[in-house]
Design a protein around this ligand. Structure first.
Ligand SMILES: [Zn+2]
Length: 197
């Protein structure tokens, strides 16, 4: 068994051992909100936003981007599970700022193994052959965090399946301080129109 697999199963055994009243949690999130955020390992939404099991939906992907699939989850989150407020949280020092679509596509075309980054450019340690499929994916890279949060909030706000009554807040998590900083233009774009309140 891999070391990681062993560690995860041991941790789970201890978690389940003191599961207690969590077995009675309801399916819909008790605090009726959702967070869309990046998969970055340094971000722990349960900690930075004070969540316990059962409190809120957390939707994560590379960058915390408002992709079709993230929007699918948000629509379900409201329509079937009753969330009423949404957060989009990107963060400083995001890996999605470190490459462009053609960079990852070229790397994948050359080799599928993990590439290395020297602080400026990416390169493949091996060249065993990859695949061209990466050229057909939009990777949702980030040029500017403020812009990406505002753009994603706007995309969600303007989606035809998202009710105008849901406020969408835009924030950037600072990986050096643990603080959430509001992106005013994003929260502005995500605010509830007076007629929908
Ligand atoms: Zn990130």
């Amino acid at each position: 068994m891999s070391k990681i697999l062993e560690e995860v199963l041991a941790a789970n055994q201890s978690y389940a051992g003191s599961f207690g009243a969590k077995s009675d949690l309801a399916l819909p999130p008790a605090r009726r909100f959702a967070i869309l955020t990046c998969m970055d390992a340094r971000l722990d939404p349960a900690k930075y936003a004070g969540l316990s099991e059962g409190d809120a939906h957390v939707i994560r992907n590379a960058g915390g981007r408002a992709t079709d699939d993230a929007i699918r989850s948000l629509v379900i989150s409201h329509k079937l599970l009753g969330t009423l407020e949404w957060f989009v949280v990107h963060h400083t020092n995001c890996g999605m700022e470190l490459f462009a679509d053609e960079v990852i596509a070229d790397l994948l075309d050359d080799d599928l193994g993990t590439a290395s980054f020297d602080g400026k450019a990416w390169s493949n340690p091996h060249h065993r052959g990859g695949h061209a499929a990466g050229h057909f994916i939009k990777w949702q890279t980030i040029g500017d965090q403020d812009e990406s949060v505002a753009l994603d909030v706007r995309r969600i706000r303007e989606h035809p399946l998202v009710p105008k009554s849901i406020p969408i807040y835009g924030y950037i998590y600072d990986v050096r301080t643990g603080r959430l900083e509001e992106v005013k233009a994003a929260s502005e774009a995500g605010r509830v129109a007076a007629s929908a309140a």
